[in-house]
Design a protein around this ligand. Structure first.
Ligand SMILES: Cc1cc2nc3c(=O)[nH]c(=O)nc-3n(C[C@H](O)[C@H](O)[C@H](O)COP(=O)(O)OP(=O)(O)OC[C@H]3O[C@@H](n4cnc5c(N)ncnc54)[C@H](O)[C@@H]3O)c2cc1C
Length: 484
């Protein structure tokens, strides 16, 4: 598709904030996370008030030859051949102490929201992404997981995401939960593509000022021992104040490439503080693994905890990058061993994967996927009986080739589509995190009992299927432009 000169001028009349690739600000408005996802858009348009947003959305929706996407941070791989609708004009935050809620602009990133909370609602925090660069809207539109999910559930759950101001393709604006509950339901993890969310009403929770977070480095030689220790930790009663990420050492952790058999990073997070984290009731076992070396140990605020992964941010716009995340119900003694084997096999097929690849076990507590009345409460059916997330990320320098001279993406897709079975065996039941889907993802499986209702609502709110990037419910598939 190609936008005509006449259409460009009409768009400029509606919204003078129109950027082209010659503008220095353009990458900030339009660069996707992975260079692979870049569709080389011609313009980025950025409304700064609701009336302009309504006019722009209506225009883009009705001019069917214009290919457009909605973008905040680009983490989700959002791109289009013609126009990027940038959300960066919507960055305000208002705190209401009476009902402990905030109204947040739909163009904030979670890191920006954390900082505004520190200024305007000190002591409070929202259930938001664990990475500062994820968009406040893009996250919950695909479900959304937080360090606070272990206690309060997914970002998109009704107790956390209270309401959404949304502009639909006809230019109409409404607060969905209040005025149109079906629309709100579809936004809760339904993949987006129902309209443009301009503001979110979020629950604010009082958060301890001193949250312990640590980084413990463990040598590869202790892989089996660590794997058993994590399986044992998984058997303990679920504690909503404790969370852990377990991943490979390497560039994702801000280190050099560690080869095909990398060491292990244990990242314990304890909302009860340092003394509890180091105790036997906490993560005491982690420091006792053979060869374990404490690399980071600090007490910090929620803002500080969420910034822990910032080493990753440097990948935006510099790497090719793909993610997929099977959900798993249990952790056995060999789970980590199989995860590292998957990494080793992937690395051996493409040594370029050493630049940016991560295999990550997001150790979740019961509440994360079980804080609603059931799978039908929100569009994303919440990992029915699943508990943990296996995140696979394969990244390599742009245009690099596999060891056999093949296509990097093709290999990444093949490795990722097998990841659940290879790593989790019977604990993998075909369910996936809705944030990282690909053309081989089966939307019927992802949305399970909610799939037909979601499709019907898509027909009601976007009859022309003009919001079609990523989860394309009209076609029943994931378009190439999704995630990364
Ligand atoms: C390295 C990495 C780490 C991540 N970590 C987390 C995490 O800790 N927790 C978590 O929950 N998720 C995480 N994610 C997943 C993330 O939530 C999704 O990728 C999400 O789609 C990103 O949204 P965005 O706004 O940042 O990206 P964008 O690419 O700008 O947007 C993604 C899609 O969301 C839609 N969208 C964005 N803004 C709007 C809007 N205002 N109105 C309507 N539609 C909109 C659009 O359809 C767009 O195509 C991570 C992703 C990556 C790559």
């Amino acid at each position: 598709m190609t936008i005509t000169n006449e259409e460009v001028e009409e768009l400029r009349q509606l919204c003078p904030n129109l950027y082209s690739p010659d503008d220095a600000a353009f990458p900030d408005k339009a660069a996707p996370w992975s260079v692979w996802a870049d569709r080389n858009p011609q313009y980025a348009v950025e409304p700064h008030d609701i009336a302009t947003m309504q006019a722009v959305v209506k225009y883009l929706y009705s001019h069917k030859s214009i290919d457009f996407c909605v973008r905040n941070t680009g983490t989700g791989g959002s791109s289009a051949t013609d126009v990027v609708l940038s959300m960066h004009g919507f960055k305000e935050l208002h705190f209401d102490p009476k009902d402990e809620s905030v109204i947040a602009g739909g163009g904030l990133a979670w890191g920006e929201l954390d900082q505004l909370m520190d200024q305007k609602a000190n002591g409070y925090g929202c259930v938001g992404a664990r990475c500062t660069w994820v968009g406040v809207t893009g996250g919950p539109l695909v479900g959304g997981l937080s360090w606070l999910s272990h206690e309060y559930g997914m970002i998109s759950d009704p107790q956390n995401w209270l309401d959404a101001e949304i502009v639909t393709g006809d230019g109409r604006v409404r607060w969905a939960a209040k005025e149109d509950p079906d629309l709100m339901w579809s936004l809760r993890g339904g993949g987006g593509n129902f309209g443009v969310v301009t503001r979110l009403k979020l629950k604010a929770y009082q958060i301890p000022a001193k949250i312990f977070c640590g980084v413990i480095l463990v040598p590869y030689s202790s892989l089996q021992e660590t794997s058993r220790a994590i399986a044992a930790f998984n058997k303990r009663p679920s504690d909503p104040k404790m969370a852990m990420h377990i991943m490979n050492q390497g560039t994702g952790a801000g280190q050099e490439d560690q080869g095909s058999k990398p060491g292990i990073v244990l990242m314990p997070i304890d909302f009860r503080g340092e003394a509890h984290a180091r105790s036997e009731e906490g993560f005491g076992w982690a420091w006792k693994v053979t060869g374990a070396r404490e690399f980071v140990a600090m007490e910090t605020t929620l803002t500080g905890v969420n910034a822990l992964n910032d080493t990753f941010k440097s990948y935006q716009g510099t790497n090719e990058f793909w993610l997929a995340a099977p959900l798993v119900s249990d952790i056995d003694d060999d789970m980590l061993v199989r995860m590292w084997k998957w990494y080793e096999d992937s690395y051996n097929l493409h040594p370029g994967f050493g630049k940016g690849s991560v295999v990550l076990l997001e150790f979740m507590q019961e509440a994360a996927f079980n804080s609603t009345s059931g799978p039908e409460a929100t569009a994303f059916p919440h990992g029915r009986g699943q508990r943990h997330v296996l995140q696979t990320q394969l990244g390599c320098p742009p245009k690099s080739k596999t060891k056999a001279g093949g296509d990097s993406r093709e290999l990444a897709m093949s490795r990722m589509s097998q990841a659940g079975k290879e790593m989790a065996g019977d604990a993998y039941l075909g369910e996936w995190h809705a944030g990282f889907l690909h053309e081989w993802s089966d939307l019927k499986e992802v949305y399970g009992p909610n799939y037909e209702k979601l499709k019907a609502l898509k027909r009601r709110y976007d009859p022309e299927n003009r919001f079609n990037k990523g989860v394309d419910l009209t076609e029943g598939r994931v378009t190439e432009g999704m995630t990364v």
